[in-house]
Design a protein. Sequence first.
Length: 192
Amino acid sequence: MQHILVQFMSQLTNLTDEEISSIENSFPIKTYEKGHLLLKEGMIAQNAYFVIKGCIRAYELIDGEENTLGFYTENQSAIDFKSQASQTPSSKYFECLEETQVTILSAEKEKALYKMHPRFEKFCREGMEEMMGAQQEALSKFIVLSPKERYLNLIKERPELINRVPQYQIASFLGIKPETLSRIRKKIASPK
């Protein structure tokens, strides 16, 4: 099977055999068990993770309570930009919610790849800008929506999460208590 990043890059440009080999050697694919923590609070983020199969949850502990920041599923990247860029300890956890297969994107190996193949930097930068734009748009939308609208938006934008992720984690992600999510779901299920 062809490496997932080779597949993506091949959609953008023709790759030489040397470029394909460099990508495959730079970014290993690994499978982690459910419950595995890829990143813990206090660690400096060295890697980003591109999800091939599975689900990663990002969360922070605030006053001992887990505050879910996001879910990353197939063809999405989980990265703590702040920790990786500044080389400072992370405040986040990245937890595999199910058996998860990822491509490990090391910043160090990425820089080396750009030196060997400078044209890759443009593709990666454009992909990163697209991802950041989508995250900004989602955050802007999230801030102005009511809890019910947030849930309806989640159903519309990410319906696969509803049966894949525990409801208390969805509630945390939406910024509400599990009981509030239950009430919202009941109202949606039986509209008057």
